[in-house]
Design a protein around this ligand. Structure first.
Ligand SMILES: C[S@@+](CC[C@H](N)C(=O)[O-])C[C@H]1O[C@@H](n2cnc3c(N)ncnc32)[C@H](O)[C@@H]1O
Length: 272
């Protein structure tokens, strides 16, 4: 019996969720997967889309899987320390992060993305989470989320798509709404954000990336009460030992320089 595939109606910004979904699906099929997210592969199999048009190279697969794993680790350690926390996955796409992180009963998990995107989630991810259909360049949606509990806010692959100062504005709103918590994201330098527009995948989707920031301490100056906890360079992760050549050698060479490592993928964590 042939499986019925679902054709999605997404705009270009929303379609970027297919990049990360497919990268995670590809990782799950590697001999030594880093994230091992077989659910992403199952979801991708059920979508009527020619994923080859995304032109995803090995480097993007490895980087995405590793950054996702590190963000999962940040969520897991926060929720272990705060079993009454709320978790917000901003720009969640069709990411099965909640399935991977297996939150305990006292955790409330909020998946936030454009209404068209969160409306798709129950079909592919029946595990119940709170779905918030919102444009995160606005902040009124926060009113529906309890603000009196510790908050773990994760944003993977979202920042470059937030125009102008909207990420700063969002950060302010988040740290005002929640008394205490952590924000974990994959950072993009100004150069990385600029170079993204030449990335074949982003080019194929016709998207203009927003400006990034170089100094990981820059968000501390936004007046949102953020303190940098960690800047973790993927180039220096032990998992790189399993990457194929020439990616492994190139990544190891980059790892010797902080400036070069910063241009690659990095996980930034802030406390507030
Ligand atoms: C590259 S995808 C990442 C998806 C997911 N975090 C993952 O890792 O699989 C970016 C996601 O951000 C969402 N997004 C972009 N701009 C947004 C906005 N202004 N408000 C809400 N979601 C947004 C897109 O719809 C998309 O799902």
């Amino acid at each position: 019996m042939t499986m019925q595939r679902t054709r999605l109606t997404l705009n270009q910004l929303e379609e970027t969720l297919l990049i990360t979904l497919w990268a995670k699906a590809l990782d799950s099929k590697l001999r030594v997967p880093m994230l091992g997210d077989t659910r992403s592969a199952e979801i991708a199999d059920r979508i009527d889309y020619d994923f080859d048009t995304l032109k995803i190279k090995a480097a993007l697969t490895y980087e995405t899987a590793l950054r996702s794993k590190k963000l999962d680790d940040a969520v897991r350690s926060f929720t272990a320390a705060h079993p009454d926390a709320v978790v917000l996955d901003l720009g969640c796409g069709l990411d099965p992060r909640m399935v991977r992180c297996r939150p305990t009963a006292g955790i409330d998990w909020y998946d936030v993305d454009f209404p068209e995107v969160v409306a798709l989630r129950p079909q592919f991810l029946p595990e119940p989470s709170h779905l918030v259909g919102a444009d995160v360049t606005t902040t009124d949606w926060l009113a529906g989320i309890p603000g009196d509990r510790p908050a773990m806010i994760v944003a993977e692959g979202l920042i470059p798509f937030l125009p102008g100062s909207s990420f700063q504005v969002l950060t302010h709103a988040l740290t005002t709404h929640f008394g205490t918590g952590e924000i974990a994201l994959n950072g993009y330098t100004r150069f990385a954000a600029w170079a993204m527009k030449y990335h074949p995948t982003i080019k194929a989707l016709g998207i203009t990336a927003a400006a990034g920031f170089d100094d990981p301490r820059e968000p501390e100056s936004w007046g949102a009460g953020l303190t940098l906890i960690d800047e973790d360079f993927l180039t220096r992760a032990p998992e790189v030992a399993d990457w194929p050549q020439p990616l492994r050698g190139l990544t190891r060479t980059m790892s010797r320089s902080t400036a070069l490592s910063r241009q690659g993928a990095r996980i930034l964590r802030y406390r507030f």
